[in-house]
Design a protein around this ligand. Structure first.
Ligand code: PHE
Length: 351
């Protein structure tokens, strides 16, 4: 590899020409070739170093010209080296060490919880018709969870929702039993028109089983404006049912009772599992109950400072677990909070 001693600038010029031609023709097919190239041209005993060392013997008047030739020679060598290095790195197949029998690396993809998936879907559906999303505390005072919603103290309707009470200093507070409490807060702090939904976790003192749990998730909706009617409520819920369960879905309303709405109704959707023909899930009725609703009771509007002679409104509330159960055919409520990875993995990439 070492050069014959370079005695003058003519020798030196032809030497650089020969070596440059060698760079052009040097074949680099793999990492080993690349390393040989580096050692021969750019290494500590390579041609570039040797040429710079020989420069000191060149007469002064030629040093500048020869120096520039060596610089270009070095650039040529470096450019070729870098270009092939990049190519070999990006096409690892041309690497001699490539082992095509080695198993690929698995990229574990996480999954969203089914409750999150369905909550997002419900929020999206109502956002499209102008509902905003509102949030509130999970530990509530009696006013927001009960009294402002037309549950007078000692009223038996309070027993409809078995409540967890907690003491906070002097005050007895409750883990909210529904997100209607958030709607009271929205009514108190803003002026109609109000069009909002409140998703969130709620708590009830119930024994845990496949069909009941001590906590679950709700999305409640509220619409208050001048001239809002029961027809608007029906139309909104029909729109929701079709978006959620498919265009062919139908709804039916059955009279019911809630302290905060009058009149009140429970809403069923036609069973999407058997196309309303009758199956185990709909208990052969063709209908599935999904939510409660009604026209906001004037007492509730007044308690929140809204003039009930000017404004009317509707409200509805649904359990996210219930909708998820129907959408994904989950038959045991406990699955949602046990974090069994076999259950959760089934929802991978569904978003
Ligand atoms: N808050 C009720 C519940 O949790 C649901 C509901 C909301 C009913 C709004 C009617 C109107 O059971």
């Amino acid at each position: 590899m070492s050069l014959p001693r370079i005695l003058n600038e003519v020798n030196m010029k032809s030497q650089i020409e020969t070596l440059s031609a060698k760079i052009e023709t040097f074949e680099i097919k793999n990492n080993q070739d690349l390393e040989s190239f580096r050692i021969e041209f750019l290494g500590t005993k390579g041609h570039v170093k040797e040429l710079y060392a020989a420069l000191k013997d060149i007469p002064n008047q030629d040093k500048k010209e020869i120096g520039q030739l060596i610089n270009s020679f070095r650039n040529l060598a470096e450019e070729k080296f870098n270009k092939f290095k990049e190519n070999l790195e990006s096409v690892s197949i041309s690497n001699d060490n490539f082992d095509c029998s080695r198993p690929g690396e698995i990229n574990e993809v996480g999954s969203h919880h089914p409750i999150s998936l369905v909550r997002k879907e419900i929020v999206d559906i109502f956002s499209r018709i102008g509902f905003s999303v509102s949030d509130g505390p999970e530990i509530e005072d009696d006013w927001h969870n009960f009294t402002a919603l037309n549950f007078p103290p000692e009223h038996p309707a309070r027993d409809m929702q078995d409540t967890f009470f907690v003491r906070k200093g002097e005050n007895e507070m409750a883990l909210r039993t529904h997100t209607s409490s958030v709607q009271v807060r929205v009514m108190e702090s803003s002026e109609p028109p109000i069009r909002t939904i409140s998703p969130g976790r709620v708590y009830r003192n119930e024994a845990i089983s496949a069909r009941a749990h001590c906590f679950f998730h709700q999305i409640e909706g509220l619409y208050i404006d001048k001239g809002v009617t029961f027809g608007d409520l029906k139309q909104t819920l029909l729109y929701f049912a079709k978006e959620m369960f498919g265009e062919q879905t139908q709804i039916r309303l059955r009279p019911s009772y809630f302290p905060f709405t009058e009149p009140s109704a429970e809403v069923d959707v036609s069973c999407s599992i058997c196309s309303a023909k009758g199956c185990n899930v709909c208990k052969h009725s063709g209908w599935l109950e999904i939510l409660g609703c009604g026209m906001v009771d004037p007492n509730v509007l007044e308690a929140a400072g809204i003039d009930s002679s000017e404004f009317t409104g509707f409200a509805f509330g649904m359990g996210v677990e219930r909708i998820t159960q129907l959408k994904y055919k989950v038959n045991d409520l406990r699955l949602y909070s046990e974090n069994d990875i076999r259950f959760l993995r089934q929802f991978r990439a569904s978003w």
